[in-house]
Write a new protein. Structure first.
Lengths: 76, 253
């Protein structure tokens, strides 16, 4: 019996011990609010009625962002 | 229909394709068109777990040909007269409306989907991090009017969380910028990686600071990557990080 993807166990294997330079990039939780929004996603509870597309358009307006897209249609 | 709907913002929209392939869970209310004993309903639902064959419904966004889909589990929650409430976990691309119709055929009385709520798509579930439009609005106003980021930082999740169940390959700082320019990931650029990666599988490329760099298709398995010292490891399909985030340490020909 197949198990769902969210129950698959994985472990990280080290190939080569490496350091990372903190002068570049930024751990996700330390991002500035602007970068946090730019690289952000919302786990939205879709209300009944509007289409997934309409809901994405509302979020775009509410947050005043240029782009907002939904991941997988939930029929109205 | 209601429930979990991931909304990606700005650069994060590049990651939306992961949800096309993510496993789903729904709570479904099915209306039967005739009386069937409870025991029979439960038994038939059991038969619909495992591999099923499904022809997409008329109003579908994909080609209408029979395809195989995996139903991981169906759990009956409640049966009342001709109404059946059940929870189903399934592979991406399973049509629940069609599942109800097919169950109705198997029960010989007919059935249709009355209500549907999605409770999971990949790592996004119906938990405390599932927000309503109203809560998003409130968080946005607090930030806009008072400069208070706290609620917004809760409502919005880092894009990296979308990749929780996708195998990851962590790369060295020196390899990051080349990937941002669309180059294939080569084995020497890899610092660590998840176990059980198979060729052709979708993988997420991360930095050692746990930032998403790109999505790609693995060309080798975890074992092969660990055995070999050189060669291509991942074909990059979608770049998420902006070029120039990490220094350019590669030579152009």
């Amino acid at each position: 019996m197949d198990i769902p993807p969210w129950m698959v166990k994985r472990e990280i294997i080290i190939r080569e011990d490496c350091e990372t330079d903190f002068n570049y990039g930024c751990p996700p939780e330390n991002r500035s609010i602007q970068d946090y929004i730019n690289f952000g996603a919302i786990n939205l509870d879709k209300p009944p009625g509007p289409s997934s597309h309409e809901v994405a358009a509302w979020v775009k307006k509410i947050l005043n962002v240029k782009r907002a897209g939904h991941g997988g249609t939930l029929e109205a | 229909m209601t429930g979990v709907l991931p909304i990606a913002l700005e650069d994060a929209t590049k990651a939306l394709q992961v949800f096309l392939h993510s496993g789903k869970e729904y709570v479904c209310l099915m209306q039967l068109h005739g009386d069937v004993p409870e025991e029979k309903i439960i038994n038939i639902l059991k038969e619909f777990t495992g591999e099923i064959y499904q022809k997409p419904p008329l109003r579908a966004s994909v080609k209408r040909e029979v395809r195989k889909r995996k139903i991981y589990n169906i759990e009956v929650l409640e049966i009342e007269d001709r109404k059946v409430l059940f929870k189903v976990s399934c592979q991406a691309g399973t049509y629940i409306r069609k599942l109800c119709f097919d169950i109705g055929e198997a029960l010989k009385v007919g059935a249709h989907m009355k209500e549907l709520r999605r409770i999971r798509t990949g790592p996004f579930t119906e938990n405390e991090k599932n927000y309503t439009l109203h809560q998003v609005f409130e968080a946005a106003m607090e930030y806009k009017n008072f400069g208070n980021e706290e609620k917004l930082r809760k409502v919005i999740r880092p894009i990296e969380e979308c990749f929780e169940y996708i195998p990851k390959i962590y790369i060295k700082d020196s390899a990051v910028d080349a990937i941002c320019h669309g180059a294939y990931l080569t084995i020497p650029g890899i610092a660590k990686l998840d176990s059980n990666i198979q060729p052709k599988q979708m993988v997420a490329i991360f930095t050692l600071k746990n930032e998403a760099v790109a999505l790609g298709n693995a060309l080798l398995s975890t074992e092969q990557i660990l055995e070999l010292n050189k060669g291509l490891a991942v074909e990059i399909k979608r770049v998420i990080m902006r070029p120039g985030t990490y220094p350019k340490l590669w030579k152009s020909k």
